[in-house]
Each structure stands twice: as C-alpha cells, then as structure tokens.
Design a protein around this ligand. Structure first.
Ligand SMILES: Cc1cc2nc3c(=O)[nH]c(=O)nc-3n(C[C@H](O)[C@H](O)[C@H](O)COP(=O)(O)OP(=O)(O)OC[C@H]3O[C@@H](n4cnc5c(N)ncnc54)[C@H](O)[C@@H]3O)c2cc1C
Length: 420
C-alpha cells in the first residue's frame, strides 16, 4: 500500500496540495500549527483576497524574475488561474476582474468564503486535518523522509511529506520561517531572506499628521544614495497609489520598489515621488508658466493643489524653497524650475528600514535549483516535496503570489500521490 501523505502547513499551497493528493486517491493528513486553516489567506488583499491575476499563464510567468518564472512555468501550465477559479465558482462563488487585471471574489463574499470553499473541497476529498499541531521537524533517514516530529515528542510516520509552511512575514499568521531552519539543517541551500512587498520606513520620519494621506497615481522611484551623499542611479520605479504611514510610506508603489531596496543596502537608498506622472517636465513647466501668466494674483499653491492633497501642498512648496504664499506674478524662473523638479521627483527621504515581517511575501528561500520544477520534489531528500512561499519565489502585487502557491501546491500534491 502507498504510504500516507503528510502535508505540513494548511495555507494556500498546503490546502491545494492536500486536496489534489486526496483527489488522486491518496490517504492525506494536513497538519497545521494554528487553530484554523488559511490564516494568511484571510488577511490577503485586506480581507478581500486578490485570488489571482487575469491573462495567459505566460503573461503571469513574465511578472516573476526570469529564473523564478522558468521554475514556475510547468506548474503554471498544470494548474492555471482558470483552474483555480473553477474550484471556487463551481461551489457558487462569483469572481470579478478589476481593470488592472486583479481578480477578487464579488462582494459580499471575501477571503473567509475562499477558505470555506477550500475547506469543503478538503472534506469532500477525504483529507484528515490536524489543527493546533505545530510540527517541530522532519525526520530523515538515509536521505529519505520517514515522518514528521510534532511538538511534545510525538511522531507521525510517513514516507511522503509535502512541506508548505510558507515564509516568515506576519508571524502571527503562523509563518515563522520554521521550514527554512529544518531544510537548511538537512542540506538544502536557503537563498538569503529579504523583505518584498513591504512598506518603507523613512528618515526623516514623516510628520505624524501625514499618516493616512494617500496619493493617487504617482510614480515612486528608488534611487541609490552615494557615499558622498549625492543622489545617484535609479534602482526601481513603480506607478500607482501611495500612502503615508507613521513610519514612512506604504501602498502599492512602496511595496513595488521594496524588494530591490531590501536587496541593496536599504540605507543607501532614497525614494522620490513623481506626482505628475502624465506630464513630461517641459509640459509641466509650460503649464505652470501659463498659470502664473493667467492668474498673477493667485497663490501658486492652487496649482500645486491639483497634484497633491491639500495637507501636502505647503510641504511640497517648502521642499522647493518656495514660500507658500507666493503669487503667480512673483514666481521667478529659478523657483519655477525648482517647483517643477520637486513635482517630478519629490525627495521623501532616505530609507531607514524595509521590515521583513511586514512584507506580503519574503523573497529568498529554498534554492530553486534544488527542487524539481516538474514535480516539486526535493533533489536532496527523497519523499519530500516543497511548494508555496518556502521556495525562493516572490512575485509582485496582483494575485501572483497566491497563484504561485496554488500552482506549486497542485503539482506537489499530484506528484506525491503518484506512485514512484
Ligand atoms: C497582508 C498580506 C496580504 C496579502 N495579500 C495577497 C493577495 O491579495 N494576493 C496574493 O496573491 N498574495 C497575497 N499575499 C501573499 C500570499 O498570502 C502568500 O504568498 C501565500 O499565502 C503563500 O502561501 P503558502 O501556502 O506558501 O503559505 P501560507 O499561506 O502562509 O501558509 C503556511 C501555513 O503553514 C503553517 N505553518 C507554519 N509553520 C508550521 C509548523 N511548524 N507546523 C505546522 N504548520 C505550520 C502556517 O500556520 C500557515 O497556515 C498577502 C500576504 C500578506 C501577509
């Protein structure tokens, strides 16, 4: 008889892996540390759950770094965005696609309903679930899996284990990086862990009253800060919304540039915002000139108010060394140039920290060369399969990370359930 399969970690990848293996007839037990399944799914997309992204799997693959995309390709074709959505829609959930391609459940359904439907698939497939059961380690003999050790010196024997314990951000959701400690001690290479899709803590800290102010459609650029304090080359840019927090900036733009900053020396980066991304510098200069000509008695702050929320108008003027009460008629050429330069690249400060624990995903993890992309089997330990965020994969915001978890989970479940 085939060995029972243990799936460690009841998150996105683990639930799909367990369901798929049981669907193929395997005897499957899903072991989860927390008191419920899918804790991180519940907070995904602010509880709305950005399930996946629309488009071809080729276009989804292209959103990952080239080595990650190549690794994911076989899984993406085995279990596509549409395959995943079918699991939900066949149980009555409706989904919709936002103009930017992100797919969500139609309100009032949300992440809770996603987890509930996945649980119903697990039940129907006959998966046994052990909640409140933290795994303490994987037991290996002669290079092959023999089972998992539970806390309290209990042991669950199995010759096939799927490890889906996720990363280490938002540790309260159960993900505390356990898998990387075990795998490193068992000979797997762990690519250094870095924050990705994380907020940026800035120096100077923004004034407390800015916290909660949102900027719609800006380009946030991260630039290198050279040793001599001169602002240098651009590292990364991201267009979208931005949000000030009490420690710095967050929102899609900040998350979008965070991985590149975390991979460099974060403190050697500054971030600057282009608050007029649709207008080239020359056109903006011309527009400001016309404003001053047409409205010589009006404050220039009125012009700035069409680009940033009211509370930011004076600070932006001050960063260009333009007194906030300056009238159109009195804005000299040098001041005008400085103002346009700030509108196109407002220096928000030096990055003080990119907090890994606040990231939506962790970049780094189990080296992809050590995992078979066709099966998710470890190339180092026989009987061990790896899927989801434990792998060295981190996609951008947009449903890409959950899709990577669904697809790799499906392949891990399929391979573990297939007699070798
Ligand atoms: C705030 C936030 C919002 C996000 N929003 C989105 C979004 O909208 N769309 C998107 O695509 N991605 C989003 N993500 C990313 C996405 O949630 C993850 O990429 C995905 O959940 C990873 O799936 P996983 O199965 O690998 O890990 P997880 O879903 O994190 O599951 C791992 C599971 O393993 C369990 N576990 C850990 N250690 C042990 C142990 N020792 N023993 C037993 N069990 C253990 C954990 O408790 C957890 O349940 C978001 C992430 C965060 C933090």
């Amino acid at each position: 008889m085939e060995s029972p399969i243990l799936v460690v970690g009841g998150g996105a990848a683990g639930m799909i892996a367990a369901w798929r293996a049981a669907q193929l007839g395997a005897d499957v037990t899903l072991v989860e540390k927390k008191g419920r399944l899918g804790t991180k799914i519940l907070i995904s997309g602010g509880g709305k759950c950005n399930l996946t992204h629309a488009g071809t799997m080729q276009s989804i693959e292209a959103k990952f770094r080239p080595n990650e995309g190549r690794f994911l390709r076989p899984s993406f074709y085995r279990f596509t965005n549409e395959d995943f959505l079918r699991l939900l829609t066949e149980r009555g959930m409706e989904v919709y696609t936002r103009p930017d391609g992100r797919i969500f459940p139609v309100p009032p359904t949300d992440a809770k309903d996603v987890v509930a439907i996945l649980e119903s698939h697990l039940r129907d497939a006959g998966v046994k679930t052990l909640l409140d059961t933290p795994v303490a380690g994987i037991h290996i003999e002669n290079g092959a899996v023999h089972g998992v050790e539970l806390e309290g010196e209990r042991f669950l024997p199995s010759e096939k284990v799927i490890l889906a314990v996720g990363g280490s951000s938002y540790p309260a959701t159960g993900t505390t990086g356990d898998g990387w400690k075990w795998m490193s001690s068992l000979g797997h290479t762990i690519v250094p862990l870095r924050a990705a899709l994380a907020p940026l803590y800035l120096d100077p800290t923004p004034p407390a009253e800015w916290s909660g102010i949102a900027l719609r459609d800006a380009v946030l650029r991260a630039r290198r800060l050279n040793a001599d304090g001169i602002i240098g080359k651009e590292r990364m840019r991201w267009r979208g919304d931005m949000l000030w927090t009490h420690k710095g900036v967050s929102g899609p733009t900040a998350l979008g540039v965070s991985r590149e900053i975390a991979e460099a020396i974060p403190e050697n980066s500054i971030v600057e915002a282009d608050v007029a991304p649709n207008e080239p510098q020359d056109a903006l200069t011309e527009k400001l000139l016309m404003f001053c000509k047409d409205y010589p008695r009006r404050n220039v702050s009125e012009f700035i108010g069409s680009y940033v929320p009211e509370r930011l108008v004076d600070p932006l003027l001050l960063s260009a060394s333009v007194p906030p009460t300056t009238k159109g008629a009195y804005l000299g050429q040098k001041e005008r140039n400085r103002l346009v330069a700030v509108l196109k690249g407002w220096n928000l400060g030096r990055v003080r920290h990119v907090p890994l624990e606040r990231g939506e995903v962790v970049a780094g993890g189990i080296a992809l060369e050590e995992v078979d992309a066709q099966t998710m089997a470890s190339k180092r330990i026989s009987g061990l399969y790896l899927c989801g965020e434990i792998l060295d994969i981190a996609g951008p915001v947009g449903g890409y990370n959950l899709q990577a978890a669904w697809s790799t989970g499906f392949v891990a479940g399929s391979s573990a359930a297939t007699p070798s």
